[in-house]
Write a protein that binds this ligand. Structure first.
Ligand code: NDP
Length: 277
């Protein structure tokens, strides 16, 4: 019998998850059906209940329901607890197991797909929202030389740095700053984990923040050259990437968790890549 999975969000039309998981199922020979579910606002639990009652075995969760899924889960993995949000659920009997694969997907894309180990690197993360929160421990586990979180609302950067420091075992220097405190500092990897690119805005990052040979990584995907990537290019950065690989890698982690087999992501990444020109 075909096993059923879905992604739930509102809106949901834009989601690439069905395309990705259907491609994964084909390359791994898994018999699954993966659909989109438009969750009415305020009716997350009822909508998921109905999907489960109809035989659904797992779901990805996208905006605005990642916190609803956190509340709905019966068993939260450490990744979900740390992120404070859930992006994948697995249903087994009365149990709802919940994970957040965004952070591990991001790190896997950078380290494996882009061939850029974070170990020993000076890393700057712009933004202190959900994506940064989820990526914090996976990034610290790579043992960068330094990790700086910079945010428009400095208190949120401080809060995330404190959270990271509470959980980290290797002692990576980690702090939260405001953009005006970045003058004179340089970084080998700069992540744009703000949502500024979604509205074509640019956080006030000094152009001098990119070290020679730096990687500039935009978490948003499918937008070509965003204002952040343009700034990096103007600064002479030649290693530019967007979040398409992160999207594919978090999906592959969920697929592995559900099906016990990890699909190769290269075909999907090629298919979804929008050139950065
Ligand atoms: P959140 O809404 O949780 O956080 C947004 C962050 O962006 C906040 O820190 C906010 O600062 C900052 N911000 C927003 N606008 C500006 C601006 N104009 N200037 C400076 N800072 C700004 O978003 P998420 O963490 O969920 O998502 C962040 C990005 O990551 C998005 O682009 C999203 O698309 C992408 N993403 C990509 C994924 C992938 O698979 N590739 C997966 C998940 C996310 P403040 O606190 O001051 O408001």
């Amino acid at each position: 019998m075909t096993d059923r999975y879905a992604v739930i969000g509102n809106p949901i039309e834009q989601s690439k998850s069905p395309l990705i998981h259907t491609a994964f199922a084909q390359v791994t020979g898994q018999d699954i059906e993966y659909t989109k579910v438009l969750g009415p606002l305020g009716e997350f639990a009822q909508t998921v209940d109905a999907f489960r009652a109809a035989g659904g075995q797992g779901m990805n969760v996208t905006a605005p329901f990642k916190l609803d899924a956190f509340a709905y889960a019966t068993d939260l993995a450490p990744s979900a607890q740390m992120a404070g949000a859930v992006n994948a659920m697995k249903f087994e009997g009365g149990k709802v197991y919940a994970e957040n694969f965004d952070g591990v997907g991001l790190v896997r894309d950078v380290v494996h797909n882009l061939g850029c180990p974070l170990k020993g690197k000076r890393v700057l993360v712009m933004g202190a929202g959900g994506a940064t929160r989820g990526a914090l421990l996976p990034m610290l586990a790579e043992q960068p030389a330094q990790l700086v979180i910079v945010n428009r609302t400095v208190a949120k950067a401080d809060e995330l740095a404190a959270l990271g420091n509470k959980h980290q075992t290797g002692q990576v220097p980690l702090c939260g700053l405001g953009y005006d405190q970045l003058q004179g500092q340089q970084f080998d990897v700069v992540f744009n984990a703000t949502s500024a690119s979604l509205t074509a805005e640019l956080p006030p990052l000094p152009v001098s923040a990119f070290a020679p040979g730096a990687l500039a990584y935009e978490l948003a995907y499918g937008k070509g050259l965003t204002p952040f990537l343009r700034l990096a290019k103007r600064a002479g950065v030649t290693r530019l990437a967007d979040g398409v690989g992160m999207l594919a890698e978090q999906a592959a982690e969920a697929f592995l968790w559900w099906r016990g087999v990890r699909p190769d992501t290269q075909g999907v990444i090629r298919q979804l890549t929008v050139p950065l020109v």
